[in-house]
Design a protein around this ligand. Structure first.
Ligand SMILES: Cc1cc2nc3c(=O)[nH]c(=O)nc-3n(C[C@H](O)[C@H](O)[C@H](O)COP(=O)(O)OP(=O)(O)OC[C@H]3O[C@@H](n4cnc5c(N)ncnc54)[C@H](O)[C@@H]3O)c2cc1C
Length: 741
């Protein structure tokens, strides 16, 4: 039984080694569970995954048939990785530099490893002309449900004609599932299964008979001796000259190796899969392991099926552990015949094992029980709020410096940037301090921010930390010019420190450059935990300066981003957040406030601030105190991030919540916090949105302009005369009402 994670911030490096898992396939789920149940001291574990919710192949046909909901068939990698203490990086590996011991990623800097394990599944084999353009490949399976939905939605009216190419167990089960799915939706389809040479080519006659009967009884036409030679917009051409007209052809002909493996230099089998020995270790590179479809286990060749990937999880975890400890590996022999249970989509299943075959309703019940239990075995119970003992936004103390060797290695790998006339000395010519030329006719704006890492993906954390720091400059109506980084890293080997520092700075630099700010220097120190911050310098023409004070009665209060990053991060730290929630929060935290600030300035904003650690009410309270005014707030109008309502209803709060509540207690109409979801108004925000007062007559146009930018902006209240006070009430809110006179 998995336990709730107690700590999900990146683990300090204990001088240990780095195990990099690529792909959240079936075997790697087993590896993560094994390391969650028995952590390996000193190990840094990272998972790179293209999808954050791994689809269990055994339930895919049931999902297609409409017998399961999507979330029943998927394992959310976020809590599982957290329980295993793994850093989770949402990205695709696209290459391998074996000489340097690094994995190349699509959107992140490359990742170094001491040990690498690949469980990335397979693609569909599309070797028939026209198949890539006109067929719907069933692999990779993770994205298949969405691709299928889109293809079914695009079918014209009338009875759909569907063809499934491939007569293996997967193709047959898919044909049955599709038929059931469309019939249940009141749109019966003609389904034909093109079985190539024969149905179940590697099984015995009994299996073929039982499965063939099950297919035909459900009205599925099975064409054997039907080799497809071409796919086109009208249908399929067969080798014997026959034509099969169809509206949609699904390609279930077998597995192909991911193409990028061919360039890696790893030994591959003739089909391009990673050649491994019985211990699941690459036959050409002892640092590399592979399992699941992507592995070709040379001593024990088997078909590509999830059941084999599932069984490899435990021996793979054990051998990775042995390799980390320098112990001898143990060979693993997979089962010779796997039990295949093929659901018919209508409450029965056909069981095949070797030459044996059976069918019946009890077999479907058995299959359903086995599959559900398997997926449930990877669910991580959420920790109770009381178990949270750390303040998520508090900076750890600093010790000595990060060694010069690590620092220069991290900086060396940052991309070289063109010189800038206003920066006399920066990172390209390091000195005791950076030297900038002040902008002519503009005032300087300066700010500093720092916090502990809350994501295992340090590149992403660097992006968010930079965006958060820039928020203050934007809130003042300024434009960023330069930034100094301050980073804390726990003691560890220089190479690992360099890796982590580089990941954070590379992410930050991307964001800073996009906003016109040059990273000109910084300071790095040893600390108990990973932390990053920036001192940012910006410029602003005094006439465009936005201040927190300056609100006027009648101003509409405009908020440019939804609330809830604090509660979502708190939920993620307890293993209680869905990956979709964290994804939405991460997207929001990466959204720059620069364009929104420019819209607010153009709309004549009277005052502005960025909503961060003190929460919406804290920052609004600050604006009201500074302006000597009151406001009426409509909590229903305040946009919330996905998952915030659910997390708050479960009692999850950021640790700063109570302090934020105490800070505004004297200012509030208590009715403002009457409903549980209103706790979001006190939630501390990381890289939160801007809150501005906009003259009422211009509020509607301002809101429309913000929404055109893609901001989930809203008018959430109105400024009123009177001493600083926050009242409840939607009645004064409408954005479009012009101010009389
Ligand atoms: C329609 C259909 C039905 C099937 N039904 C069954 C069945 O009932 N029983 C059965 O045993 N088998 C079944 N299979 C076969 C089964 O899907 C595969 O054998 C199984 O999924 C392989 O598991 P895996 O761990 O190798 O990879 P997958 O389960 O495919 O997982 C690979 C993971 O790696 C990620 N990934 C891929 N590339 C990268 C990258 N470059 N970087 C980072 N991450 C990456 C993917 O997002 C994915 O999450 C079926 C196949 C199909 C097509």
């Amino acid at each position: 039984m998995l336990r709730a994670p107690t700590k999900t911030t990146p683990r300090p490096l204990a001088g240990g080694r780095h195990l990099l898992l690529v792909g959240g396939g079936h075997a790697h789920l087993g590896v993560l569970r094994a390391f969650a149940m028995r952590p390996e001291p000193g190990l840094t574990l990272t998972l790179v995954a293209r999808e954050l919710d791994a689809l269990y192949s055994g339930m895919l046909p049931g999902l297609v048939a409409g017998l399961y909901r999507e979330e029943e068939c998927r394992v959310d990698l976020l809590p599982l990785a957290a329980a295993a203490g793994a850093r989770l990086i949402h990205d695709s590996a696209v290459g391998l530099d074996l000489a340097a011991g690094r994995v190349l990623c699509a959107r992140h800097p490359s990742l170094g490893f001491d040990l690498l394990s690949l469980d990335i599944g397979s693609d569909s084999r599309l070797d028939v002309p026209g198949a890539a353009e006109h067929g719907l490949p069933v692999r990779p399976i993770g994205s298949f449900p969405a691709r299928l939905e889109a293809a079914l939605a695009a079918l014209g009216s009338g009875t759909p004609r569907l063809a499934v190419v491939g007569g293996g167990a997967g193709g047959a089960e898919l044909a049955l599932s599709l038929r059931r799915r469309l019939a249940a939706g009141g749109r019966p389809a003609e389904v034909v299964l093109l079985a190539g040479h024969a149905l179940l080519p590697r099984a015995g006659a009994l299996a073929r008979t039982v499965l063939g009967r099950a297919l035909r009884r459900r009205g599925i036409r099975v064409l054997e001796g039907a080799e497809v030679t071409r796919a086109g917009p009208e249908g399929l051409a067969l080798a014997d000259g026959r034509q099969v007209a169809c509206d949609l052809a699904l390609w279930a002909t077998g597995a192909a190796a991911p193409a990028w493996l061919a360039e890696t230099g790893l030994a591959l089998d003739p089909q391009g899969f990673v050649a491994v020995d019985a211990a699941l270790r690459s036959v050409s590179d002892p640092r590399v392991f592979a399992a699941g479809d992507v592995a070709a286990v040379l001593p024990h060749p088997r078909e590509k099926a999830g059941v084999y990937a599932v069984r490899q999880g435990r021996p793979l975890a054990a051998n990775l552990r042995r390799a980390l400890r320098g112990e001898a590996l143990r060979p693993f022999r997979p089962q010779r015949h796997a039990l295949a249970l093929i659901g018919t989509g209508d409450g029965e299943a056909v069981a095949l094992r070797g030459r044996l075959a059976l069918s019946g309703a009890w077999l479907w019940r058995l299959k359903r029980r086995i599959d559900r239990r398997w997926v449930e075995g990877f669910r991580v119970p959420a920790a109770m709020p009381a178990e949270e003992e750390e303040a998520p936004m508090r900076c750890a103390g600093c010790g000595g410096k990060v060694p010069a060797e690590a620092l220069s290695a991290a900086l060396r790998r940052l991309p070289a940037l063109p010189g800038r006339g206003d920066i006399l000395l920066g990172l390209e010519a390091p000195d005791d301090a950076a030297v900038l030329l002040p902008p002519e006719g503009e005032a300087l704006v300066q700010t500093v921010d720092m916090f502990r890492a809350f994501l295992g993906d340090l590149h992403l954390f660097g992006r968010i930390a930079a965006n958060h720091a820039l928020g203050d400059i934007h809130a003042m109506g300024g434009r960023p010019l330069a930034a100094l980084a301050i980073a804390a890293l726990p003691h560890g080997p220089a190479a690992r420190l360099a890796e982590d520092l580089h990941a954070m700075l590379a992410g930050a630099q991307e964001v800073l450059e996009a906003e016109g700010a040059r990273l000109v220097g910084g300071h790095s120190a040893e600390g108990a935990e990973i932390a990053l911050g920036f001192a940012v310098t910006g410029a602003v023409a005094p006439a465009r300066l936005l201040r927190a004070s300056g609100l006027r009665p009648g101003d509409r209060l405009v908020l440019t981003k939804p609330l809830g990053t604090g509660v979502i991060l708190a939920a993620a730290m307890r293993g209680a957040a869905r990956s979709a929630w964290l994804e939405a929060a991460v997207a929001s935290m990466q959204r720059s406030s620069g364009p929104a600030a420019r819209v607010l300035v153009e709309a004549g904003a009277t005052a502005c601030t960025d909503v961060t650690g003190f929460g919406l009410l804290g920052h609004l309270g600050g604006m009201l105190r500074a302006s000597g005014l009151a406001a009426r707030l409509d909590p229903e109008a305040v946009p919330l991030l996905a998952g915030v309502r659910e997390a708050l209803a479960r009692g999850i709060r950021s640790t700063l919540h109570e302090a934020n509540a105490a800070a505004v207690a004297g200012l509030l109409d208590p009715a403002l916090l009457a409903a549980p979801e209103r706790a979001a108004l006190l939630d501390p925000q990381t890289a939160g949105g801007l809150l501005a007062g906009v003259p009422a007559a211009r509020a509607a146009a301002c809101l429309a302009a913000l929404r055109r930018l893609g901001c989930e902006a809203a008018v959430i209240g109105t400024v009123e005369p009177g001493p600083p006070r926050l009242r409840l009430g939607p009645e004064a809110v409408p954005a479009a009402v012009p101010v009389p006179g």
